[in-house]
Design a protein around this ligand. Structure first.
Ligand SMILES: O=C(NCCCc1ccccc1)N[C@H]1CC[C@H](OCc2c(F)cccc2F)CC1
Length: 334
């Protein structure tokens, strides 16, 4: 039924590829019965793939939507260029816009949703492609306005600010992709990032420290991933040459590029006029709900909801997330 999540290789969606601005993107395509009411594009985060939206895809198809779910740049069946520029939020926005236009044409519109880093992309897309988006939502990730001054995360964290982002100093460095290579390490990595703990109940990842590499081999399976789902993630990441995490981690290395590209946008106040939805996860240790406290002044039509879940809200609170998205589409977009 519409409420049961996609399984690995599920035949309810088609698996397609497209050439997008010189890169090969792989995406899942779900088509509703009859004429689609709209096209929705879903953007995943780190460390994820389009399959991260498995609890949402059948439900959104049942609403009569065409659902397009790419593996984002660096992930799964999509190319992973080694250099940084293709991973800037503007470049990623341009990629998503080109993919969207393959379905809705030059003058059409899409509904756009993101989780985690995908949320960072979707909040920028309407700034770079204002006519394309008829409604935008983000799960977990708040909107942050383009800045006129650059502050390196290392300096910010040293001041005791944004200490929940301290793990990103590890992620942007060389050690994570050096330490996580090959299927067994990738298996331990996903178990760790999806909340796996050791027999003393200690986690393998903590936002204020990063990955505790010496704990990885003693973690018990994460309750958030079945064995089949875990193997699907491992196989998808292992399809890239080592270091398999280089592309995905490049998303953490573009802060200066993003600042330079977005600086012109910072010269006047940003107010997004389109229907917007934020769903925060009450127990997200990287993106706690209070990070959204300054959002309302940047939006004309913002709906905010919260779910009782960790960062992995899409699967942990799937039905509730789906209800909020569906209600918002019916109330604000249609
Ligand atoms: O690092 C991320 N996910 C991996 C960790 C997942 C995890 C969390 C907790 C437990 C286990 C696993 N996500 C990023 C997504 C982008 C975020 O920055 C976005 C952003 C802007 F771009 C601008 C202004 C504010 C703003 F928040 C920073 C966190």
């Amino acid at each position: 039924s519409a409420s049961d999540k996609l399984t690995p290789g599920d035949t309810r969606v088609k698996y397609e590829t497209a050439q997008i601005r010189g890169k090969t993107y792989s995406y899942m395509l779900g088509e509703p019965e009859g004429q689609p009411k709209d096209t929705i594009v879903l953007v995943h985060g780190f460390p994820d793939i389009g399959f991260g939206w498995r609890c949402q895809i059948p439900y959104l198809i049942s609403l009569g939507l065409r659902v397009v779910v790419p593996d984002m740049l660096g992930y799964g069946g999509t190319d992973a260029p080694a250099e940084l520029e293709p991973y800037s939020l503007k470049s990623l926005s341009d990629d998503v816009a080109e993919l969207a236009r393959k379905f809705v044409g030059e003058d059409g519109q899409i509904i756009l949703g993101g989780h985690d880093w995908g949320g960072a992309v979707v909040w920028r897309l309407p700034l770079w492609h204002p006519k394309l988006i008829k409604g935008v939502f983000s799960v977990c990730t708040p909107f942050g306005a383009p800045r006129s001054e650059y502050h390196d995360l290392k300096d910010v964290v040293a001041l005791g600010i944004l200490t929940n982002f301290k793990y990103q100093l590890q992620f942007r460095g060389p050690e994570t992709e050096a330490n996580i290579q090959g299927e067994e390490k990738l298996r331990q990595f996903f178990t760790c990032m999806f909340g796996g703990r050791n027999s003393n109940g200690e986690p393998g990842f903590d936002v204020s420290q990063g990955i505790l590499f010496d704990k990885l081999e003693s973690l018990k399976p994460s309750p958030l991933l079945s064995k089949e789902e875990l193997e699907y993630y491992v196989k998808k990441y292992a399809s890239h040459p080592a270091p398999e995490l280089h592309g995905p981690l490049n998303w953490y290395r573009t802060a200066k590029l993003n600042f330079e590209e977005e600086k012109p946008l910072s010269e006047k106040p940003t107010v997004l006029e389109l229907p917007s939805l934020l769903v925060t996860a009450e127990r997200d240790s990287a993106l706690p709900p209070e990070m959204a406290r300054n959002m309302p002044k940047h939006f004309k039509d913002l709906t905010t909801k919260s779910v009782n879940a960790s960062h992995w809200a899409l699967t942990q609170a799937g039905p509730q997330v789906n209800e909020y998205i569906g209600d918002w589409i019916k109330a604000s977009v249609w």
